[in-house]
Design a protein around this ligand. Sequence first.
Ligand code: SAM
Length: 227
Amino acid sequence: MTRPPSADEHVRMAHRYFSSFVPDYHRAFTGGGRDPLHRVINTLFRRRTFERRMAIVRGFLEAHGVEGKRVLDLGCGSGEVSLMACRLGAARVTGVDLVPEMVETARWQAAEAGLAERAEFLVGDVHTVSLPEADVTVMVSVLEYYAEIEAVLARTCAATRELLILVDTRGPWWRRRLRHLLARVKGFRIYYRTPEAFSSVAARHGLGERARVRGHAFWALAYRRTS
Ligand SMILES: C[S@@+](CC[C@H](N)C(=O)[O-])C[C@H]1O[C@@H](n2cnc3c(N)ncnc32)[C@H](O)[C@@H]1O
């Protein structure tokens, strides 16, 4: 029997995978891509998923209201969610990502959009980086790369004063199979969970589920502080 990867190995695998295609990850928001494999994935899958999950996250942020608030975007990638929060009026947004090239892309995007004064981007691992307190925390498609989520979700809840938004990949069986295949080829792991798996941890840390949206390939969940 093969030994399951350790927590550190999961971080290394996620780092290796995401740092291997940063420009093509960002191109998924508009379609296209330089690498043929990523161009196909971006065109057939990622673009639609990104558009839909951004629209749902935007709806959650608008319904709660982020004007003048402090927002934390964990696993911020190229910074799209962070910049959306800035455009909705957040006073300060902190994006954190494991991959320095993702953080550079996010900084560059913020500068291009004239939002750099309100958006800071830091390189860090969500398991260990010191998390500033925030009114609203967003974590889009990060936990699915990890076998253990209890500790990271506990520290995420602790940093969140009002609202936590989680998006987690799921989708139909054939899509999950394809992602498992990609994970095997690219050397990372993927774990699918039910919304209840997140909600029970969040509830133990003072956050109650307020909204649940089933997307075509993900769950989007919103939690409000109850205690
Ligand atoms: C699927 S992408 C999502 C990016 C972004 N949230 C978005 O909505 O476009 C996952 C991101 O999480 C980052 N990530 C993975 N593990 C991480 C960790 N342990 N700490 C910080 N970031 C991590 C990856 O580098 C990648 O940028």
